[in-house]
Design a protein around this ligand. Structure first.
Ligand SMILES: Nc1ncnc2c1ncn2[C@@H]1O[C@H](COP(=O)(O)OP(=O)(O)OP(=O)(O)O)[C@@H](O)[C@H]1O
Length: 318
């Protein structure tokens, strides 16, 4: 495989006595979008700031575009685009003035109007930045981050505060950048955003990676579900379908058959054959893989239940 564009190995970072990042490792390859997900305070922004070169790691190594982003900041910085969680605009400048100012700071900047058109901001070009809505400010942020056609783009919660339409438009811009070969490191609280855009992702919890991999690999960590109402014709003398998954006895008592399974296809076949052999209709039938939301909640619940003690390091490398 090609050399990773971003390489993070056993990264640790402490704010005073508090260790916010506790041994995080991952790689991002060219043209790939890697999403860092996690609860509030999981360490996403801290990790991102270290990869961007804003902070030096307390321990571990970080490489971006083959260089140390902190020590060789100048080398790395001009090939990267950064969209921070909070923007720091001069409110009295207009949108066009802000972009024009920025064109002097990045090499090979796009044309101002072309850049504004990409994020549907042309009609706001002469409006003062302080008069923009929160969503428009986020879009202006993305215009600035992508102005120099960066090789690597760091997006820290890029669509927070955007309405669904603007969020879709932003995703489209990100997809176009990916198609052009841009590498993207994204943090987001929107699981749907990660499901739609990420090639690979990691869920951080309390400074560690709890789950990581491609979307399919991550979804496979949790069991799929099959459920349906027990048909009226069901009664003594009819055995339940022979599935490999676990039947929820509590729901069975309430008249619903609910199966959690690691082999959805096999158990689905068993259920359908059972229904046809006994001529029983499957009412209010549902079958689905785990969603990213299921995996996310399972990670957080497991950790809260103390399945992995906070001082016991886990080895998850992607
Ligand atoms: N400057 C700081 N000083 C002390 N602690 C900090 C500082 N910045 C962050 N922290 C703590 O470090 C931990 C990780 O913070 P970080 O902002 O990286 O998390 P996050 O995953 O980005 O959270 P969010 O989703 O809320 O933005 C949190 O417990 C936070 O309170």
């Amino acid at each position: 495989m090609d050399t990773p564009v971003v390489e993070v190995a056993d990264l640790r970072y402490s704010y005073g006595d508090f260790e916010a990042v506790r041994g995080v490792s991952f790689q991002v390859h060219r043209g790939e979008l890697f999403a860092l997900l996690g609860t509030n305070g999981a360490g996403k922004t801290t990790t991102m700031e270290i990869v961007e070169g804003h902070r030096a790691p307390t321990a571990g190594t970080v490489r971006a575009l083959g260089a140390d982003p902190f020590r060789q900041r100048r080398l790395v910085r001009e090939r990267c685009g950064i969209m921070l969680q909070e923007s720091g605009f001069a409110g009295d400048l207009t949108v066009a003035e802000t972009v024009r100012l920025w064109t002097h700071l990045v090499p090979q900047a796009s044309d101002v109007d072309e850049a504004l058109a990409r994020l549907d901001l042309v009609h706001r070009r002469d409006v003062r930045v302080k008069q923009l809505s929160g969503g428009e400010k986020r879009r202006l942020d993305l215009v600035l981050a992508t102005l120099g056609r960066p090789e690597v783009l760091f997006l820290d919660e890029p669509t927070t505060g955007l309405d669904p339409e603007s969020r879709q438009a932003t995703w489209q811009v990100i997809r176009e950048l990916l198609a052009d070969g841009t590498t993207v490191l994204l943090t987001t609280h929107y699981l749907e955003e990660a499901e739609k855009l990420a090639h690979r992702l990691a869920i951080l919890h309390e400074g560690r990676i709890a789950v990581a991999g491609s979307l399919v690999e991550v979804l496979d960590q949790e069991r799929a579900e099959i459920s349906f109402d027990l048909p009226p014709g069901f009664g003594p003398g009819i055995e339940l379908p022979a599935v490999t998954g676990e039947l929820d006895r509590r729901r069975l008592g309430a008249g619903r058959l609910h199966i959690r399974t690691r082999d959805l296809q096999r158990d689905l076949t068993a259920v359908v054959q059972w229904s046809s052999a006994h001529e029983l209709p499957l009412q209010r039938f549902r079958a689905h893989h785990a969603s990213l939301e299921d995996v996310f909640h399972a990670v957080v619940d497991r950790k809260r239940a103390g399945a992995a003690p906070a001082d016991e390091p886990e080895e998850v490398t992607v």
